[in-house]
Design a protein around this ligand. Structure first.
Ligand SMILES: Nc1ncnc2c1ncn2[C@@H]1O[C@H](COP(=O)(O)OP(=O)(O)OP(=O)(O)O)[C@@H](O)[C@H]1O
Ligand SMILES: [Mg+2]
Length: 365
C-alpha cells in the first residue's frame, strides 16, 4: 500500500544518519557536509510490534512477518527553498509525494558538525522549515486558484469545491498557521488530501540528541517537546549516531548496548511506531502454524477492504470474517480456546476492523 514518511529537515541535521539506521544500510550517504543527499533514498522498514511475537508463540507459527512502512530520506531544505534556494523546488516535490513528515531537528551540540545557521536552535529550525512549506503552499494555492477562475465563471461544481478548500488553506497560511490546522468536514476529507498541500501533512518531530543524551534528552529536546505539545504534535528523542551504531550490531549485542545506555528499546522502534500512529494506521493479524503476519490498514477500514490488503480476491469474494480480539486470543491461549469461550465472532461486510484483531477471511471466487 506504500505509506510513506518523508524525513525532512535543514541540511546536516542527521536525516541520512537516521535513515541509514532505519533501513540498516549505508545506502544513504551520510557525511559531514551540507547537501550530501540529492536523490531521495527510499527504504522499507518493518514495523516492530511485540503483539505479533506473542501471537506467533501461542500458535507456534514457523514464520513471523511484520507489516512494513516506507521512509524517504529527503535532501536538506533551507530558508528560501520555496523560492528555489539550495536545491529548492526539487525537494518540495519529494515531500509532496509523502503521506507524513518526520521532521529531524538538530538537538546535539558538536562543533565539528556544521550547522547551516551556525547555532543550535531546533525551535527556530522548525519554524524555518515550516515557513518554507507554507510559502510553497501559498504559491501553489495562488496559482491553482488563478487556474480555476474560468471554470468558476462557468459555474463548474468541482472547481467551486476545490476553490472553497483552497481558500480555507490560504486563509490559514496567510494568518501564519499551517494548513493542517484547518478543520475539515469528513465529506471534504478526500478532496482536501488530494490538494497535496505540504503544510497539511501530519508532522512528528525527531529530536536528534547527542550520544549520552538519548535516554533523558537535553535542553534542546525539552524546548522541542514544549513546542510540539503547543501545536498538538508528537516528538521522539533519538540519537541518530547511536542508532546507526546499534543497527550494525547483532540482536543480542544490541540489547546489551541499549541497557548500558539506559534505553529500553531502540529509538528507531519508537520512531517507526510514532510514524505508524501519525499516519493513523492500525494493524490486524493473521495467525496460523505456517506464519503469523501483521497487516496494515487505515483506521476505520471495513472487513472486506481489510481483506483486500491481503489479496483483491479476498475483497471481491468476501463472505465473512472470523474474528478474535487480540486480548481474547491471548487470554484464552489461542484460537481453539477463544472459540470454546465464545470469543470468536463471525463478522460481515459492515464490520470495522479493530486494531489487534486476529482475522480469518472466508471468501469465494
Ligand atoms: N546525534 C548526533 N550526534 C553527533 N553527530 C551526529 C548526530 N547525528 C548525526 N551526526 C553527524 O552529523 C553529520 C550530518 O549527518 P547526515 O549526513 O545524516 O545529515 P543530513 O541531515 O542527511 O544532511 P544533508 O541535508 O546534507 O543530506 C554527520 O557527520 C553525522 O555523523
Ligand atoms: Mg542527507
Amino acid at each position: 500500500m506504500g505509506f510513506k514518511v518523508g524525513i525532512v529537515g535543514l541540511p546536516n541535521v542527521g536525516k541520512s544518519t537516521t535513515f541509514n539506521a532505519l533501513t540498516k544500510t549505508a545506502a544513504a550517504q551520510a557525511a559531514n557536509f551540507p547537501f550530501c543527499t540529492i536523490e531521495p533514498n527510499v527504504g522499507d522498514v518493518a514495523v516492530p510490534d511485540d503483539r505479533l511475537d506473542k501471537l506467533a508463540a501461542i500458535a507456534s507459527s514457523k514464520q513471523i512477518i511484520p507489516t512494513r512502512m516506507t521512509f524517504v530520506d529527503i535532501a536538506g531544505l533551507v530558508k528560501g527553498a520555496s523560492k528555489g534556494e539550495g536545491l529548492g523546488n526539487q525537494f518540495l516535490a519529494n515531500i509532496r509525494e509523502t503521506d507524513a513528515i518526520a521532521h529531524v531537528l538538530r538537538c546535539f551540540d558538536d562543533d565539528d558538525v556544521t550547522h547551516v545557521d551556525d547555532r543550535v536552535d531546533p525551535v527556530a529550525d522548525a519554524e524555518t522549515i515550516e515557513t518554507e512549506l507554507m510559502l510553497a503552499d501559498l504559491e501553489s494555492i495562488e496559482k491553482r486558484r488563478q487556474g480555476l477562475v474560468r471554470k468558476l465563471k462557468g459555474n463548474d461544481k468541482e472547481a467551486k469545491e476545490q476553490d472553497r478548500l483552497l481558500a480555507m488553506a490560504q486563509e490559514a497560511i496567510e494568518n501564519d498557521r499551517p494548513a493542517r490546522t484547518v478543520e475539515i468536514d469528513p465529506e471534504d476529507e478526500k478532496l482536501w488530501k488530494g490538494l497535496q498541500l505540504l503544510s497539511t501533512k501530519p508532522v512528528l518531530y525527531v529530536c536528534n540528541v547527542g550520544e549520552s543524551e538519548a535516554a533523558e534528552g537535553n535542553e534542546h529536546s525539552t524546548a522541542v517537546a514544549e513546542m510540539a505539545a503547543k501545536q498538538g504534535n508528537t516528538h521522539v528523542i533519538i540519537s541518530a549516531q547511536i542508532e546507526e551504531e546499534i543497527s550494525q550490531l547483532e540482536a543480542e549485542e544490541a540489547e546489551m548496548f541499549l541497557s548500558e545506555m539506559g534505553l529500553e528499546e531502540a529509538g528507531l522502534d519508537r520512531l517507526i511506531r510514532a510514524g505508524h500512529d501519525l499516519l493513523q494506521l492500525e494493524t490486524y493479524f493473521t495467525v496460523g502454524p505456517k506464519e503469523a503476519r501483521a497487516w496494515t490498514i487505515t483506521k476505520g477500514t471495513a472487513a472486506p477492504q481489510a481483506a483486500g490488503v491481503i489479496h483483491g480476491d479476498f475483497e471481491r469474494g468476501f463472505i465473512r470474517a472470523e474474528t478474535i480480539a487480540y486480548d481474547d486470543y491471548i487470554a484464552f491461549n489461542g484460537e481453539q480456546g477463544a472459540k470454546e469461550a465464545g470469543k470468536m465472532r463471525a463478522e460481515g461486510k459492515g464490520y470495522i476492523v479493530q486494531d489487534g484483531d486476529v482475522m480469518h477471511f472466508l471468501f469465494n471466487t
